[in-house]
Design a protein around this ligand. Structure first.
Ligand code: MTE
Ligand code: HPA
Ligand code: MOS
Length: 781
């Protein structure tokens, strides 16, 4: 008999293997199907929204006669045509499906044109005449703050006596930061296809991170029970948070058109309309008031983050909460008060985007560390090290205890690997001898909380079927948007049955297979669905083990699954033979699985609790170069050490880290959302909105995984990876400021509101030069 705990058996487990993404070949060869590629039903109609051309005011009249007179236009629907709920706000009300009278942002859907072709629908939408009575739009977050114009009430939490500590500490600084938003720029835009079923239901294909919410909203808007609506989602061409709540309106509108015409309907937004009609990362306006000692240790911090939410709450309560939860990043603030406000403006309702407010909060911690270091004339790395959470200084502003102290080791490791100290000296020498090109260097850590901060969302379900030929079907509540969720969960299931991953079939996410799911978000897709699938697979395996034990009269403890076989005392069966034998003996080979995250709770009123199951950590060292005559810049070298616990799939994880870093870099450097005074988004396409291109990639990007295991009991002790590395890009912004500060011997802290575009860098350079010459003049005096 074969013995099991051999190295061979262990090395064969798919857990920890760099198995390629299940769709990789299909995607690079163009065979992978997205909603718009799937066969369109023969009698399919096309819907297109009429979007408002003002940001604030009233609709006075609508004239759709030209559109309706166009051959091929079937109907034009308005708010009165909605049979059920007219408000599709995901958490709080406010998001109307179609404008009744009041327009709240430029690009808001007012009517829906339905026609026989996509082109016709779009053209007809443009000849619907809407007359408005315009009001002055509120576009300035500072005005919203001054007027206390909130979409949700403010929240404050913290500990200690901030007022006293601010006055008593030897040094005090105050500053502010205008933080830019970000367009998701998923390559596949918003799209949905709805098909009537023969029993009065609707089948929906939607590019969504949240199939259950699409199901619920379609049903509520059409006055149907949830069971009459099924949503399917095979894969997205990127979501990045932009399809958590903002995929639903388009599916619901298509379903409304199906409801009225009885025909299949497709709705796909053109890119410029996708830019204008869907929410972005929240722009923020943040302030700090801090006090510190001679070593740069923070004694008091009073930090306010103000999120520009647009016209409704959408997910802004959670997003601003998460910004508040991350203003400490990896640093202990002895006395601290954190306030967060949710400001209303006449912009599209801003929404989830990788990091979910975390980046907009965390950048404050890094601004603070750099500002303190420059004020005291220290290396920013030393100020960061001095302020890290450590035993005894180990509780956050929201009273969660920090109990894993790996960040200091990670920083020290990477500082050595990337040779930070020597490069700092080399760069100082380079800058002294280089009048126009200046270099900058920075190390920044990341500590990111993992879990939905709304506790009940931390649950998932899965369905696993073993067929009688030994092949396996996997379904779970998560959605694939490129992040590699499906392959990771397949690896988990393959491991349980001791079979190769390619035995596990990956299927579309469907609301009729796994119900009541949460959005695939908060980086928790694998943590939640991986555990649910593990539970489902283990249930089937247990039945198989019991069956074998009884059937062959052997001890259950000695039965092992490996190498596509099952081994029991005195015999071996191929997995397919076992599946068939179990089937013939009437053993159920199908199971659901369920998981909910333990240990988490948060009392929002008290501002205290444990919102996060654990923290994911990372560190990055970035070197940049700027041209002080033009503001042009480049990222020369990036070294990253990131903690994914025990990696389920290192190749996928490293891909996530690289992608997140570059996306974060785009947010902090080139991606510049600009609105006209009338509220129209000016940067509504790739000509004016610059995501990182291949030429913007760091010349060197070295990513290493930190060797560790999650101390919490997650799926094979792995950690979530989707969002945390986004914030590693903070080191790019800090390095840009470092390069500018070199004009002042590192004494002046440049004002550089992100995104740090060449224009802003140039302005900061001029400010730094002015500061320096003033200092020289006063030195002479
Ligand atoms: N990676 C790719 N390729 N495409 C995406 O849309 N979304 C990110 C991240 N990585 C995204 C991605 C965001 S915002 C989240 S929350 C997580 O993936 C969601 O997936 P996960 O929970 O399975 O990590
Ligand atoms: N992260 C991402 N999406 C969410 C969250 C969160 O914490 N809460 C609700 N949706
Ligand atoms: Mo990600 S912003 O949680 O979809």
């Amino acid at each position: 008999m074969r013995h099991f705990e051999t190295d061979l058996a262990k090395s064969k487990t798919p857990i920890g293997q760099s198995i390629k993404h299940d769709s990789a070949m299909a995607q690079v060869t163009g065979r992978a199907q997205y909603v718009d590629d799937t066969g369109t039903p023969a009698n399919c109609l096309y819907a297109y929204p009429v979007l408002s051309t003002i940001a604030c005011g009233q609709v006075v009249s609508v004239d759709a006669s030209d559109a309706l007179a166009t051959a091929g236009v079937v109907t034009v629907l308005n708010s009165d045509d909605i049979p059920g709920k007219k408000d599709i706000g995901p958490v709080f009300p406010g998001d109307v499906l179609l404008v009744e009278k009041e327009v709240s942002f430029h690009g808001q859907p007012i009517l829906l044109v339905v026609a026989e072709s996509y082109e016709l629908a779009r053209k007809a939408a443009r000849v619907v005449h809407v007359e408005y009575e315009q009001s002055e739009p509120l576009m300035d977050i500072n005005k919203a703050i001054a007027d206390q114009d909130w979409v949700r009430p403010p929240l404050t939490f913290g500990h200690g006596d901030v007022e006293v500590a601010l006055k008593d500490a030897p040094h005090r600084l105050q500053s502010d930061l205008v933080v830019g938003g970000q367009e998701h720029f998923y390559l596949e835009g918003q799209v949905a296809l709805t098909v009537p079923t023969d029993d009065g239901g609707i089948f929906v294909k939607s590019s969504t991170q949240h199939p259950s919410e699409v199901q619920h909203l379609v049903a509520e808007v059409l006055n149907k029970p949830f069971k009459d609506v099924t949503v399917e989602m095979r894969r997205m061409g990127g979501g990045f948070g932009g399809k958590e709540t903002h995929a639903a309106p388009w599916a619901v509108l298509a379903a409304l058109a199906t409801y009225h015409t009885g025909k299949p309907v497709k709705l796909r937004l053109a890119r410029a309309d996708d830019f204008r009609a869907t929410g972005k990362r929240h722009p923020f306006y943040n302030t700090y008031d801090i006090a510190f000692d001679d070593n740069g240790i923070i004694k008091a911090a009073d930090i306010t983050v103000n999120g520009n939410c647009g016209y409704t709450p959408d997910l802004s309560d959670g997003i601003v909460d998460r910004a508040m939860f991350h203003v400490d990043n990896s640093y202990f603030y002895e006395n601290v008060r954190v306030m967060g406000t949710r400001c209303r403006t006449n912009q599209v309702s801003h929404t989830a985007f990788r990091g979910f407010g975390g980046p907009q909060g965390m950048i404050m911690a890094e601004a603070i560390m750099d500002d303190v270091a420059r004020y005291l004339g220290k290396d920013p790395l030393d100020v960061r090290l001095a302020n890290l959470y450590k035993p005894g200084r180990d509780f956050t502003p929201y009273q969660q205890t920090v109990d894993q102290f790996i960040i200091e080791d990670m920083i020290n490791d990477l500082v050595e690997q990337a040779d930070y100290r020597n490069r700092r000296k080399t760069i100082n020498r380079f800058n002294a001898g280089s009048p126009i090109i200046k270099r900058g260097l920075s190390v920044t850590p990341v500590k990111f909380g993992i879990s939905f901060t709304v506790q009940h969302l931390n649950q998932a379900g899965a369905l696993v079927n073993v067929y009688s030929d030994g092949s396996i079907m996997l379904n779970h509540g998560g959605t694939e948007m490129g992040q590699g969720l499906n392959i990771k969960v397949a690896q988990v299931v393959a491991h349980v049955f001791g079979v190769d991953v390619d035995r596990v079939g990956i299927t579309a996410t469907r609301t009729d297979k796994v119900p009541n799911t949460s959005a695939t978000a908060a980086s928790s897709g694998t943590d939640l669905n991986g555990m649910a699938a593990l539970n489902a697979a283990n249930t089937i395996k247990e039945r198989l083990v019991n069956f074998i034990a009884e059937h062959f009269n052997v001890s259950a403890a000695e039965i092992e699954f490996a190498d596509n076989q099952v081994f029991y005392p005195g015999g071996t069966l191929d997995f397919e033979a076992l599946a068939n034998l179990a089937y013939v003996n009437m053993i159920s080979l199908s199971s659901t699985g369920f998981y909910s995250t333990p240990k988490i709770h948060f009392d929002r009123e008290a501002g205290s609790g444990r919102p996060f199951f654990y923290f994911a950590y990372g560190v990055s060292v970035t070197e940049v170069e700027i041209d002080i005559l033009t503001g042009e810049n480049c990222v020369k070298q990036v070294d990253i050490l990131h903690d994914v616990g025990h990696s389920l799939n290192p190749a996928i994880d490293i891909g996530q880290i690289e992608g997140a870093f570059v996306q974060g870099m785009g947010w902090l450097t080139t991606e510049d959302l600009q609105w006209h005074d009338n509220g129209m988004l000016a940067s509504a396409g790739p000509a004016t909105y610059k995501i990182p291109a291949i030429g913007d990639m760091p010349a060197q990007l070295n990513v290493h995984l930190y060797d560790s295991k999650n101390p919490e009991n997650t799926v094979f002790r792995s950690k979530a990876v989707g969002e945390p590395p986004f914030m590693l890009a903070n080191s790019v912004w800090c390095a840009m400021r470092d390069a500018i500060a070199s004009l002042t011997d590192g004494k002046y802290s440049p004002v550089l509101h992100p995104p740090a575009t060449p224009e802003k860098i140039l302005r900061a350079v001029m400010d730094a030069k002015a500061w320096q010459s003033e200092r020289e003049v006063s030195d002479v005096k």
